[in-house]
Design a protein around this ligand. Structure first.
Ligand SMILES: *Cc1c(COP(=O)(O)O)cnc(C)c1O
Length: 392
């Protein structure tokens, strides 16, 4: 490689390390679960998005194996040429039923869902109105549009209103995360929908952390607020509670037909593999049948947050099982994460640019797979490390 370029990259990497912002990427030597093996050691898993344990569930694995035998592994093409199999259509129909919408389209990931949908809906001469803390994939999706961008303060309806009252050009699209993944708070969707109606804007919600978590049987944020039919576009991912991989958009039949013509990652990047699609179908069937996993998740989250508060930790203002343990300085958060790891608790620290500077934290991801003993074990380790570091 060009020597000067290589030197620049090394300098930037060193800066990241000096600021405590360097990602220490852990490698799992076991399947996802309440406990995982890392560096030959069993550690309590407080870092995965596998909210319900579906990533390594007997039935999802079985469904994937069956699909593998029947359809093979490779999708062979993009969805619009020869990559659409009966399984893809089956999943899209199932999703539409589950979310109580007319139709759904699936993508390779939640990230590509945003890259597909946002630029298909708005372009040059239009306006996107975006929550300040929206996910990176929404921000990147917006960057591809060429539209005017207005950012409103996080979940602040006065701020949103004042943007909507200003002079905005073209089609207006309000975009928000459903559940904000770093804080665990929920977007005030009923108010957003009301303002959108008043000012003639479209509403798009990215429900990545709401699916399988919020609403009846984990149907998501729209169901949670009983807003069926009121939200123009729902984005989702299968990589979190659903336990597999892939993304989706759900809404009216016309919208979905349009996205199948205009969503660039749908047209120019290959379809998701058959075993993944089959496992996703199975996950949704599991959710439809029974909501005990969802209840267990909430129960675990409530218990853990309460106990951490009692122990003196600041757990932010989460309204979901996501539990941010607020530390502040990125170096302290990173040190705490390492100390917890030595105590066999795997809880990642999160710093800038994922969260604002000075708001570093340990983000605890609770799962339905954690037992009461697991939570007790974690609490004792957090208390031990928190005291050692003078945090509580
Ligand atoms: C995780 C997440 C994504 C990305 O989903 P993938 O399927 O992992 O690409 C998109 N949007 C939000 C809000 C997320 O939290």
């Amino acid at each position: 490689m060009n020597e000067e370029f290589e030197k620049d990259l090394k300098k930037e990497l060193k800066n990241l390390k000096d600021e405590g912002l360097y990602n220490n990427i852990r490698t799992l030597e076991s399947p996802q679960g309440a406990w995982v093996e890392i560096n030959g050691k069993e550690v309590l898993n407080f870092s995965s998005n596998n909210y319900l344990g579906l990533a390594n569930h007997k039935e999802t694995v079985e469904a994937a194996k069956k699909a593998l035998d029947k359809y093979g592994i490779g999708p062979g093409a993009v969805r619009s040429i020869a990559g659409t199999m009966t399984l893809h259509n089956e999943l899209e129909e199932k999703l539409a039923d589950f979310k109580k919408v007319e139709a759904a389209i699936t993508f390779q990931s939640g990230f590509t869902a945003n890259l597909a949908v946002i630029p298909a809906l708005v372009g040059k001469g239009d306006t996107v109105i975006s929550d300040k803390l929206n996910h990176a994939s929404i921000i990147d999706g917006i960057r591809l549009t060429g539209a005017d961008v207005k950012v409103y303060d996080h979940c602040d309806m006065e701020s949103l209103k004042s943007v909507l009252q200003s002079d905005l050009q073209g089609r207006k699209l309000i975009v928000t995360d459903g559940v904000f993944s770093m804080d665990g708070d929920i977007a005030p969707l009923p108010e957003i929908v009301e303002l959108a109606k008043k000012y003639n804007a479209l509403v798009m919600v990215d429900d990545a952390h709401g699916e399988g978590v919020l609403g009846t049987h984990g149907r998501g944020i729209v169901d949670h607020f009983d807003l069926h039919g009121e939200v123009d576009v729902e984005i989702g991912t299968f990589s979190k509670a659903i336990g597999t991989v892939g993304g989706c958009a759900a809404g009216s039949a016309t919208l979905i037909e349009y996205l199948k013509q205009q969503g660039r990652p749908f047209l120019f990047s290959s379809a998701v593999t058959p075993p993944d699609v089959a496992a996703t179908i199975k996950s949704i069937e599991i959710l439809e049948k029974d909501d005990t996993l969802v209840s267990k998740l909430w129960n675990n989250g409530d218990i853990f947050k309460e106990k951490m508060k009692e122990a003196g930790f600041d757990v932010g203002h989460s309204e979901t099982p996501i539990t941010p343990v607020m530390i502040g300085d990125a170096k302290d958060a990173s040190e705490m994460s390492s100390k917890l790891f030595s105590e066999r608790v795997f809880a990642q620290s999160i710093g800038y640019p994922t969260v604002p500077k000075g708001k570093a934290r340990i983000r605890v991801m609770i799962s339905a797979t954690h037992s009461e003993d697991d939570l007790k074990f974690a609490l004792s380790k957090f208390e031990k490390v928190g005291k050692e570091m003078g945090l509580i």
